[in-house]
Design a protein around this ligand. Structure first.
Ligand SMILES: [Mg+2]
Length: 306
């Protein structure tokens, strides 16, 4: 089997990158190793791989690295392996990939493969035209888009977990409810004031928050949680609780759905759209499932949780 291991050195740090290299030499002779300093370099090194030959790409880094790799291998016959690093690792969590490097490498090189769905988000660019991106965990329109923008700015001065918490507070304080219409597989769920539209492929996002414990990576559908006019104070004070153990199914201001295609359209005001923690553009957006689009080495898929 052709194996290429790409280390996002900026995400994992130099000493861990050296440890990964040493382990790889020991466990998988003949595997190629590439160290990259930016996600652009990572993408270019993956895009240089033969498109029609089977093989395995193993990436070392956080969820940003995984998301970049998933987009770069679209249309190839490559399987994916993941060596998680950082505070996020929501994808690794969904796939039961151990955090310890030695064990994670064993899983990444192993025979146990899952065929899982991906999400694909197509939304408007502020300057015109559209942008399309695959995602593994979650995509959002509204507050979540604003949170990732602010979290990125704050991460320069605070750790990423703290930055995320501060970004929620900052974004909620500035939040305005947008007018949004949501459709699931062509049927309208209604239109009205909207705080945040969350579309989920996996169960986790935001570094271990688990808003959709019922989501499955292999059921050919995306989950929807539409936070309508949920009060600012409630989001501010209850966000970690609301999101950590599953969005409350009986909340009067949250609508749920699931389907192969979820569409959201806004009014005059631009509503930011993010996928896997990266700001993509703004509404209108289509989120569709790509059933069985990725073969990935993992442990046990996260079961439907409590
Ligand atoms: Mg699903």
């Amino acid at each position: 089997m052709n194996v290429l291991l790409v280390v996002n050195a900026r995400a994992v740090g130099e000493s861990r990158a050296r440890r990964i290299a040493a382990l790889l030499r020991e466990r998988a002779r003949g595997a190629e190793l590439a160290c990259t300093a930016t996600l652009d370099e990572l993408r270019r090194s993956i895009e240089r791989l033969p498109r029609d030959e089977p093989g395995r790409l193993i990436v070392a880094g956080g969820d940003g690295t995984v998301s970049c790799a998933v987009n770069a291998i679209a249309g190839t016959r490559l399987e994916l392996g993941v060596l998680p690093h950082g505070t996020g690792n929501d994808f690794a969590r969904s796939l039961g990939i151990p955090r310890r490097l030695e064990q994670a490498l064993e899983v990444a090189l192993g025979e146990r493969l899952h065929t899982i769905d991906l999400g694909e988000c197509r939304c408007a660019r502020p300057a015109g035209g559209t942008v399309t991106r695959r995602f593994v965990n979650m995509a959002e329109a509204g507050l979540g888009g604003d949170v990732v923008t602010r979290a990125r700015r704050l991460a320069r001065v605070a750790g990423s977990a703290l930055a995320y918490q501060l970004a929620i507070a900052w974004a909620v304080a500035r939040m305005r409810y947008a007018q949004v219409e949501v459709r699931v597989d062509g049927a309208s769920l209604g239109a009205g004031a909207s705080a945040n539209v969350i579309v989920a492929n996996g169960q986790y996002f935001g570094g271990g928050l688990r808003p959709f414990p019922w989501a499955r990576l292999d059921d050919g559908r995306l989950e929807l949680g539409w936070m309508r006019r949920v009060a600012r104070a409630e989001i501010l004070w209850r966000a970690p609780t609301l999101l950590r153990h599953g969005l409350p199914r009986d909340h009067p201001d949250v609508s749920f759905g699931a389907g192969a295609e979820i569409c959201a359209a806004g009014g005059e005001e631009p509503v930011p759209v993010e996928a896997d923690g990266e700001l993509l553009g703004q509404l209108p957006a289509d989120f569709r499932v790509l059933p069985g689009a990725l073969r990935v080495a993992g442990g046990a898929l996260a079961a439907e949780g409590p």
